[in-house]
Design a protein around this ligand. Structure first.
Ligand SMILES: Cc1ncc(COP(=O)(O)O)c(C=O)c1O
Length: 429
């Protein structure tokens, strides 16, 4: 007999789990069935947390007190110094807030302002669902593969005109999902438009320390009065599970930081004390951590370039990555063959690739692309980062070490790329 539920009137929110987690669950399920899966779906750092930080965490394990909502003053000082020295910005400890991941801080900033959101397409999976939770309209801004999927001044201006009520813009460079960064001279142009339309910008710079070559330009340098910079330990220190995120607020927005602090005080209270004490070590940025970061960038650049070269030479199109963990392959040149196989959306494409090859990718539609565009996000992090760092330290002086490196340190990347190219050549034959 069916028991009548007395909970029907709760009005439970319909929020599905994030797309990234869903593909991870499906991959795990296939692994448990004995399938070999290449994990190009989940964007987690392959590198270990630097030894110095692990030691600092051990030494601070006894800390048991609640810390200030905004974060430990000593940590905020080291974060401000790090941003100013490394990125030529101009923050004080009082402008900095730490939270349990930058995801939570971005959510609280969205919650703290009533205005709607402007979001380049493609964008990271969580910004739009967060806006939905906050009852915010989202104005998607088109970007184009020819522009490396990076937001242009013209597109931003058109979006500002079309969505005059949406005054919050989130940008993220190097980008998750495309790996693209602002080209030279782009930040000042975007800044000029943001200033003219009175936008509040969240510049999500969580992958900036992993920019491969030149230092990434920041909108905060060109539009300091209206830009909040977010980041944290998750990507450049391999410490996603430590849950420490950072937001740096401009002085001119002096009502916003207290509002976000108010929301934090009524929700998470403060970041775990041992984590905050240990994080001081990373933001003090000693030579050991500089070396670790530099080597991480060198390795990621080599892997990105290998995957890009192999996939583009078989007909997939995509821009090269400037930093971070991701590439954004476009399978549109196989559109006719795929359509003949009944594949007309990125979700169908990724499901079929996972079923037939065991390679996990995320569909472009999860990042705000049209569902019938055959794009996907590829996270090139399925390798042992600890082994890769060790290998690099003893081979860095050899010429053309990259080829040997990929063979020795990235066997699963090779397998994933070969499976994809073989599958595509079968599709087109
Ligand atoms: C673009 C981007 N922003 C923010 C985050 C959130 O990171 P965290 O909450 O770990 O600081 C992620 C994590 O995947 C991300 O890829």
């Amino acid at each position: 007999m069916k028991v009548e539920s007395s909970f029907d009137q709760l009005g439970i929110l319909q929020i599905p789990p994030s797309a990234t987690l869903a593909i991870n669950e499906k991959s795990k399920q296939l692994i448990s069935e004995g399938r070999q899966i290449v994990q190009f779906g989940f964007g987690q750092s392959p590198f270990p947390v630097p030894h110095k930080m692990v030691k600092a965490l051990q030494q601070n394990a006894h800390r048991k007190e609640y810390l200030p909502v905004q974060g430990l003053p000593r940590l905020r000082e080291s974060i401000a110094r790090y941003y100013n020295q490394e990125y030529n910005l101009n923050f004080k400890a009082d402008d900095i807030m730490v939270g349990p991941g930058s995801k939570e801080l971005i959510f609280l900033i969205q919650k703290a302002v009533k205005t709607g959101l402007l979001l380049p397409s493609p964008s990271w999976v969580s910004y739009a669902p967060q806006a939905q939770i906050c009852d915010k309209p989202v104005g998607w801004i088109p970007t184009f593969e020819e522009d490396r999927w990076v937001l242009t001044a013209d597109s931003l201006e058109n979006a500002c005109k079309a969505n005059p009520q949406n005054k919050l813009l989130i940008v993220n460079y190097p980008s998750n999902p495309t790996g693209g960064s602002l080209g030279e001279g782009w930040a000042p142009q975007l800044a000029e438009i943001a200033r003219r339309y009175g936008l509040l910008v969240i510049s999500d710079e969580i992958y900036c320390p992993l920019q491969f070559d030149t230092i990434a330009d920041s909108l905060a340098r060109w539009y300091p009065e209206g830009t909040i910079v977010t980041g944290g330990l998750s990507k450049w220190c391999g410490a996603g599970g430590w849950r420490l995120g950072v937001a740096a607020f401009p002085k001119s927005l002096n009502e916003l930081l207290p509002a976000v602090k108010g929301l934090a005080s009524e929700t998470f209270t403060s970041v775990s004390a041992p984590i905050q004490f240990a994080a001081i070590e990373s933001y003090n940025f000693p030579d050991e951590i500089k070396q670790y970061l530099n080597d991480s960038r060198i390795i990621l650049k080599a892997v990105a370039s290998f995957v890009h070269q192999k996939l583009t030479s078989c007909g997939i199109t995509m821009p090269t990555a400037s930093g971070g963990f991701y590439l954004f392959p476009n399978f549109s040149s196989f559109k006719q063959n795929l359509s003949d196989m009944g594949i007309t959306s990125s979700i169908q494409l990724c499901n079929l690739i996972l079923d037939e090859t065991g390679v996990a990718l995320l569909p472009g539609s999860d990042f705000g692309r049209p569902s019938n565009e055959l794009t996907a996000r590829l996270a090139f992090v399925d390798f042992d980062g600890k082994y890769a760092l060790r290998w690099l330290s003893s081979h860095r002086d050899e010429t053309n070490w990259q080829e040997e490196f990929i063979k020795k340190c990235c066997p699963r990347i090779i397998v994933g790329v070969e499976k994809l190219t073989r599958w595509l050549s079968n599709c087109s034959s």
